[in-house]
Design a protein around this ligand. Structure first.
Ligand code: HEC
Ligand code: HEC
Length: 369
C-alpha cells in the first residue's frame, strides 16, 4: 500500500469508529456518553417524536385529522401545481402523478396498463399500492422546497384531492383517519404489490421464497457475448448529475461516471473528506452549456422558455447590463434565492466556485450556445 492509500484507509477506519461510537451513544444513552465525555447527549422524547413520523400500511403512526377535496385543491394550486401541474400531469421534467388508472382498476385492485407495453407512462397513482405511502410521502417530503411544513389536516386534504383527480374518491369527499382504511380498498393498484419473491421471503401462507426472474442456467454451448435488450439513451445518461459522485465513498457500490460515455474508464474516486462535487469534475475549459446539464440546472432552466426557473435569456436580459453582473450571478448560483422572479425558491447549488463563475460569465455575456 502506498502511504497516501494507507493514510486514507486509516482515516476511513477512524471515521467508522467515530460513527459506531455515536450510534452507541444514541442507542445506549448515558452509558456511552460516559465513554465519550463531552460528545452528544441522549435524544429527548420531543426530538424522537419529531423524527418518528412514519405511517405504516396498517395506519399505525397516522395522526388524527381530516381534509376535503376542495381544501386540497386550494393547497395544491398554491403549493404543488408549480412543479406537478394543475392536474398532477406534471410539466416537462417531473414524473406525472395522476393518470393511467380506470374505474375497472378501482374495482379489481390491479392497474391493467402496468402490464400493457404499449402504454407510454407510469404515473405515481398507477404504481401506488398503499394509500399510507402517499400520505406519508407528502407529510415528510413535500413540498420539495419546504418539506415537513404541512399540518396533518393539510396532508389529508392534499391526499383527498389527488385521489379525486384519479377518480378514486368523489369531489365532495372528506378524507380522515377514520375512513382512510376504506379508501385503501379503492386504491387502483392495491393488489399490485407482491411479497411472493425471494427478495422478501415473508411468511405469507403458501409463499415460497422464489426468485422473481425465471431464467434457466445455461450449461452448454452458451453465448459468450451479452445481448443488450435496452439501454439508457445518451442524452439521459447524465440527466441526474454524475452518479459516481452520488454514492457513498465506502463499500462496493461506486456508480458509473455519467459525465463520460458508457464504457469509458471512470475518473479516480475523490479522496475521503474532499467535497465530491468539487473534486471529481474536470471543469477547466468545459463548455458552459454542458456544465448546465452536468450541474442539474437544466431541470429548472432552459434557453428561452420559463420552466421552474426563468430562461437563461431572461436572466441575461434582467441582469446582463449590471456592472457587477458576473459576481451577482455567481453568488446567486451558489447561494440560491427567491423573490426576484416569483415565489418558487431556487435551492443553493452545489457547484464549485469555478463552475459558478464559468456559468455566470456565460450568462452575463448573452447566454448564447
Ligand atoms: C419545487 C418543486 C416541487 C413542489 C413545489 C412540490 N413537489 Fe412533489 N415532487 C417534486 C420532486 C422533485 C419529486 C421527486 C422527488 C424524489 O424522487 O426524490 C416529487 C415527488 C412527489 C410525489 C411522489 C411522486 C412519485 O411518483 O414518487 C408526490 C406524491 C408529491 N411530490 C406531492 C407533492 C405535493 C402534495 C406538493 C405540494 C404540497 C408537492 N409535491 C410540491 C417536486 C416538487
Ligand atoms: C429546482 C429548480 C432549480 C434548479 C435546479 C436551478 N435553478 Fe436557478 N432558479 C430557479 C428559480 C425558481 C429561480 C428564480 C428565483 C427567484 O425568483 O429569485 C432561479 C433563478 C436563477 C438565476 C437568477 C437569479 C436572480 O437573482 O435573478 C440564476 C442566475 C440561476 N437561477 C442559475 C442557476 C444555475 C446556474 C443552476 C445550476 C447550477 C440553477 N440555477 C439550478 C430554479 C432552479
Amino acid at each position: 500500500m502506498s502511504s497516501s492509500v494507507e493514510r486514507r484507509a486509516a482515516a476511513v477506519r477512524a471515521a467508522w469508529r467515530l460513527a459506531a461510537a455515536l450510534l452507541l451513544a444514541l442507542a445506549g444513552g448515558a452509558v456511552a456518553a460516559q465513554e465519550l465525555p463531552g460528545i452528544g447527549r441522549p435524544a429527548t422524547p420531543k426530538e424522537i417524536a419529531a423524527w418518528d413520523i412514519d405511517v405504516r400500511p396498517d395506519f399505525k403512526g397516522l395522526p388524527k385529522g381530516s381534509g376535503t377535496v376542495a381544501q386540497g385543491q386550494d393547497l395544491w394550486e398554491a403549493k404543488c401545481a408549480s412543479c406537478h401541474g394543475i392536474f398532477g400531469e406534471s410539466n416537462e421534467f417531473f414524473a406525472p402523478l395522476i393518470g393511467g388508472t380506470t374505474a375497472e382498476d378501482v374495482k379489481s385492485g390491479r392497474v391493467a396498463r402496468l402490464t400493457d407495453a404499449a402504454y407510454p407512462g407510469r404515473t405515481m397513482l398507477m404504481k401506488l399500492s398503499t394509500v399510507s405511502t402517499l400520505w406519508d410521502y407528502i407529510y415528510r417530503a413535500m413540498p420539495w422546497n419546504a418539506p415537513k411544513s404541512l399540518a396533518p389536516d393539510e396532508v389529508y386534504a392534499l391526499t383527498a384531492f389527488l385521489l379525486n383527480l384519479g377518480n378514486v374518491v368523489p369531489e365532495d369527499f372528506t378524507l380522515s383517519d377514520r375512513n382512510i382504511a376504506e379508501v385503501q380498498q379503492r386504491i387502483p393498484n392495491r393488489k399490485g404489490m407482491t411479497t411472493h419473491h425471494a427478495m422478501w421471503p415473508g411468511k405469507l401462507p403458501g409463499a415460497a421464497a422464489r426468485p422473481d426472474v425465471n431464467a434457466v442456467a445455461c450449461m452448454k454451448d452458451c453465448a459468450t457475448e451479452p445481448k443488450l435488450a435496452s439501454m439508457l439513451p445518451d442524452f439521459a445518461r447524465n440527466a441526474h448529475g454524475n452518479l459516481a459522485e452520488q454514492n457513498r465513498m465506502v463499500g462496493a457500490q461506486h456508480g458509473a461516471d455519467t459525465t463520460r460515455p458508457a464504457g469509458s474508464a471512470g475518473v479516480p474516486r475523490p479522496a475521503a473528506g474532499v467535497a465530491p462535487a468539487a473534486a471529481a469534475r474536470p471543469s477547466a475549459g468545459a463548455a458552459p452549456t454542458a456544465l448546465l446539464t452536468r450541474a442539474g440546472c437544466s431541470a429548472c432552466h432552459v434557453a428561452d422558455k420559463k420552466l421552474i426557473g426563468p430562461s437563461w435569456r431572461e436572466i441575461h436580459g434582467k441582469h446582463g447590463s449590471r456592472a457587477d453582473a458576473e459576481a451577482y450571478l455567481a453568488g446567486k448560483i451558489k447561494s440560491g434565492g427567491v423573490g426576484v422572479w416569483g415565489a418558487i425558491p431556487m435551492p443553493a447549488q452545489g457547484v464549485s466556485e469555478e463552475d459558478a463563475k464559468v456559468i455566470a460569465r456565460w450568462l452575463a455575456a448573452g447566454a448564447s450556445r
